[in-house]
Write a protein that binds this ligand. Sequence first.
Ligand SMILES: NC(=O)c1ccc[n+]([C@@H]2O[C@H](COP(=O)([O-])OP(=O)(O)OC[C@H]3O[C@@H](n4cnc5c(N)ncnc54)[C@H](O)[C@@H]3O)[C@@H](O)[C@H]2O)c1
Length: 328
Amino acid sequence: MKYTALVTGGAGFIGSHLVELLVKKKLKVIVIDNLSNSNISNIKKLIEKKKIIFIKKNILDKKINLSKYKIDYVFHLAALGSIIPSIDDPVKYITNNFNGTLNILEKLKKQKIKKFVYAASSSCYGLAKYPTSEKNPIDNQSPYAFSKWSSEELVKHWSKVYKMPYISIRIFNAYGPRFKTKGAYGSVIGVFLKQKLEKKLLTVVGDGTQGRDYIHVVDVANAFYLSAKSKIKSEIFNLGFGEITSINKIVNLLMPTKIINIPYRPGEPYKSKANISKIRRLLGWKPTISFEKGFNDLIANINYWKTAPLWNKSSINRVTKNWFKYLK
Ligand SMILES: NC(=O)c1ccc[n+]([C@@H]2O[C@H](COP(=O)([O-])OP(=O)(O)OC[C@H]3O[C@@H](n4cnc5c(N)ncnc54)[C@H](O)[C@@H]3O)[C@@H](O)[C@H]2O)c1
């Protein structure tokens, strides 16, 4: 029997990798994405080969009609995903992410969903102690973090009232092909690759000793797939590699290069590292791609970054100013 999966945000960075995996696993895949923050090129081949059904719609749209499909699995990834712009425009972020989740849940209420897998964010832990387990206290530090965490609560509540099995995956820092480059305060790997290609100075936040837990997007997609197929339900999982990679290490991998230090962002964790023992134990998932391997693959496919957009200096200054304004 061929199962049907709905992927919201399926044209995005993680979503497009997940869609590829689901097609490979022979599921019928329906993607909803309004392309507000992605490019159709991510899934164009799959659409042209009729491997997936693409619905270009806003998840806030009350007219979305999903009743004509019998959906088995839902992967809800559609969201606006940047911390600093969310401080500039909290209403936009909370409306899009929370109300969008509510609308999707409402549209699916009458369907017998086998599993609703939600793409949550490690940002809900704020300035957490690390390694961070699922038991760490919630400490949302931005409207983005709040919108993602409150949507997770919505999914949990829906699951309780409408008997919809769910898994929520709190992703740490995903990277890999099709990664975004936007923002000096965006995803540092993408920003660095783009800057390196353009022979610009690498913008190192603080002194570069801070670090993040980077997990390759292929491992992320696999965790979503396993979550859907597993009998485990009503669980939250942290998803990272379980190791810290410092900014200076990334700079070293890009040598020779020159750097410029830009202000450190108080309010953001200095280091983050996921405790991944729960997802290892319950789902049998484990990371398979080391940072060195994943990063070298990115460099090998560096052509993509030539065309990727990069914020200019004035927008870097603007987000920096706004960040400090917010902290006062
Ligand atoms: N990338 C990470 O490291 C990371 C970390 C934590 C959580 N997440 C979560 O994982 C999910 C996917 O992240 P990503 O990095 O692939 O982001 P992305 O921006 O590449 O993908 C999100 C997709 O959702 C779509 N979208 C946004 N709002 C929409 C709306 N109203 N209607 C329809 N489509 C809409 C965008 O066009 C985009 O294609 C997001 O929910 C994000 O919050 C990602």
